[in-house]
Design a binder for this molecule. Structure first.
Ligand code: ADP
Ligand code: MG
Length: 599
């Protein structure tokens, strides 16, 4: 492993790197920087998002251009305005000690004359989206006839977005003898053909296995009837109260539709797709970054380049057509050393695809069942209890305490707790009490693992994702401390601050005894028998309530959503909102900033 100095970077850059706190080059930087500094050559680099590509081309470009000249010498093309601004910003940081450096961003949706003015001041480097760049060339507002370095960043994405012709056109205005550096996460045919057409004998660099998915992401799939997709999505969200997710749909239309339905149902959701204006997209992204939006519903194209670090779940509302796209999707979570979950909602006919994805990502999916209504109620309740328990008292309420205490003077603690939690629980319970079972079995036969139903115990344990667990590591942990065998702990379901798991009933005593006084990392780990049986079948909720007429009788919101969207009228909509199970989402987001943010 080399240092930045050893890669051959000059003092101005090293000083900026020190300020930025980068201690060592990333793999793509280590491989690309020395070559680009030493040789005038074309380069193709394949590396996933987040691997430090900007500096891989940015440092060499900054070192090689002539800052004393005001001619435009470097051109970086990137697919979106957001990326364009990000790159410009990074380059300015990298070049902060390069006196006289001018980096200008050129993108649609902002004043073209203002951008032209910036260029005229003597921009040595231009970072541009293809559309606006082409526009500026045709109006003769930029001159790229003397550039020495051109970068195609996120090349696969630019081509996905239909920029092939714009790129061709732009490059035709650049000199033959420049160097072209192409960066891409994947190498589909189109990118290969661009490389062939515009590049001469490029050096190729690949970082990691280009198809390998991030290692701290676990993969799960949920089998449902195709028509239950949306209900399944809602349950997945409800079963993960602290979800902060990107939900992928295949088309713009589905993206918009799912987002709208979620909003109607009281979730904090937003849509991100190509039919929105740049301004609308910026707004959605801003809300997502601020966590005002918990569920961002997006198309593959629009979601590329999203660099939000704390995404807890990626949900594949539908599987993508191309297996490779799945890698991109799941790569939106598990970033910056955190763990993440990639969930797929599949219909029976698509299960084959899961197998082929497994082969490509070289990881196994866990087949899981859509949580039952009663499980969700429990999760929500325990999540609230945890939140209340961890809440710091705000002394602003002190002045009202007298009247509140007055009101409750005849209520004892036990009763108060019951009442307090019923406020939230009843909402979910009413919605879910008669909800139907969305599980579908692959073969029509029994559960995986051949566990007999009705003979297991489900437990609640107060550690979860926040403590760094995913289902696998928690299972390992439990097996180890309880000295149980490989298959003795199952149905491990990890939530943010707590989890569930099952064992055979015969192990119940052992488990509870072990955890009566167990401390881990200085903290008591608490395990209790959970009332719901998990997805084991035994002890399922009482269905008599529904009158036995239709087993699949659903709460109003659910039943309605089976009908065609278009048949909804305004009144229906209002009535559904009121019985939506969604508890004040905006409130729960406001306590999220406690989670550490990187920037
Ligand atoms: P990519 O273009 O491959 O998606 P970026 O160039 O945007 O990745 O880099 C991702 C993040 O990592 C940025 O915030 C960047 O500042 C940071 N970064 C880049 N190189 C390093 C490094 N060598 N050490 C630490 N952080 C780095
Ligand atoms: Mg990048």
């Amino acid at each position: 492993m080399s240092t930045f100095q050893e890669l051959g970077l000059n003092e101005d850059l090293i000083n900026a790197i020190t300020d930025l706190g980068f201690t060592k080059p990333s793999e793509v930087q280590e491989k690309a920087i020395p070559v680009l500094l030493e040789e005038e050559r074309d380069l193709v680099a394949l590396a996933q998002t987040g691997t430090g590509k900007t500096a891989a081309f940015g440092f060499p470009m900054l070192q090689k251009i002539d800052i004393n000249s005001r001619t435009t010498q470097g051109l970086i093309l990137s697919p979106t305005r957001e990326l364009c601004l990000q790159i410009t910003n990074e380059l300015k940081n990298y070049g902060k000690y390069c006196k006289g450096l001018n980096v200008t961003a050129i993108y649609g949706g902002a004043s073209i004359t203002e951008q032209a003015k910036q260029v005229k001041k003597g921009a040595q480097i231009i970072v541009a989206t293809p559309g606006r760049m082409k526009d500026m060339i045709s109006r003769k507002l930029v001159d790229i006839s003397k550039i020495q370095y051109s970068v195609l960043d996120e090349a696969d994405e630019m081509l996905n977005m239909g920029f092939y012709e714009d790129i061709t056109d732009i490059l035709s205005h650049t000199p033959m003898d420049k160097s072209t550096w192409l960066f891409s996460a994947t190498m589909p045919r189109e990118v290969a053909s661009i490389a062939k057409k515009f590049m001469y004998d490029p050096i190729e660099i690949t970082v990691g296995n280009k198809n390998e998915s991030t290692s701290n992401v676990s993969h799960e799939y949920y089998l449902v009837n195709g028509r239950d997709r949306y209900l399944a999505l809602k349950r997945l969200a409800d079963a993960n109260p602290d979800i902060f997710s990107v939900i992928f749909c295949r088309t713009k239309r589905d993206t918009q539709r799912v987002a709208e339905k979620l909003v109607e149902d009281g979730y904090s959701a937003g849509a991100l797709h190509g039919d929105l204006s740049q301004n609308q997209r910026d707004l959605v992204m801003k809300s997502f970054r601020n966590k005002q939006i918990q569920m961002l519903v997006a198309t593959d194209v629009a979601a590329r380049g999203i660099d939000v670090d704390d995404v807890t779940h990626v949900i594949n509302y539908q599987l993508p057509d191309e297996t490779e796209t799945y890698t991109h999707r799941s790569g939106r979570t598990g970033r910056a050393g955190k763990t993440g979950v990639s969930m797929v909602i599949v219909a029976k006919s698509e299960v084959r695809k899961i197998k082929s994805i497994e082969r490509i990502i070289k990881k196994q999916f866990e087949k899981k069942d859509i949580p039952s209504g009663i499980e969700i109620c429990e999760v929500q309740l325990m999540s609230l209890a945890n939140k209340v328990h961890n809440t710091e008292v705000n002394h602003e309420i002190d002045k009202y305490l007298n009247s509140i205490n007055d009101l409750f003077k005849d209520t004892n603690k036990e009763e108060l707790i019951k009442k307090f939690f019923s406020v939230e629980f009843t909402r979910f319970f009413n919605y879910y009490k008669n909800s139907k079972d969305l599980r579908v079995s692959e073969s029509g036969s029994s559960d995986r693992g051949g566990k007999s139903s009705g003979t297991d115990t489900r437990y609640f344990i107060n550690v979860g994702r926040k403590d760094g667990y995913d289902w696998m590591s928690l299972k390992d942990f439990l097996k180890e401390v309880l000295e149980l065998g490989r298959d003795d702990v199952f149905k491990v379901d990890v939530k943010d601050s707590f989890s569930f798991f099952n064992t055979e009933k015969e192990n119940e005593e052992k488990v509870l005894a072990f955890f009566t006084d167990f401390k881990y990392n200085g903290r008591f780990v608490n395990v209790e028998v959970s009332e719901n049986k998990g997805r084991s079948g035994g002890g399922r909720r009482d269905r008599k309530r529904s009158g036995g007429r239709r087993r699949d009788d659903k709460p109003r919101g659910e039943r309605r959503s089976r009908r065609s969207e278009n048949s909804e009228n305004k009144n229906d909509r209002r009535s559904r909102r009121s019985d939506s199970p969604k508890p004040r989402r905006s409130k729960s987001t406001s306590d999220r900033p406690r989670r550490s943010r990187r920037k």
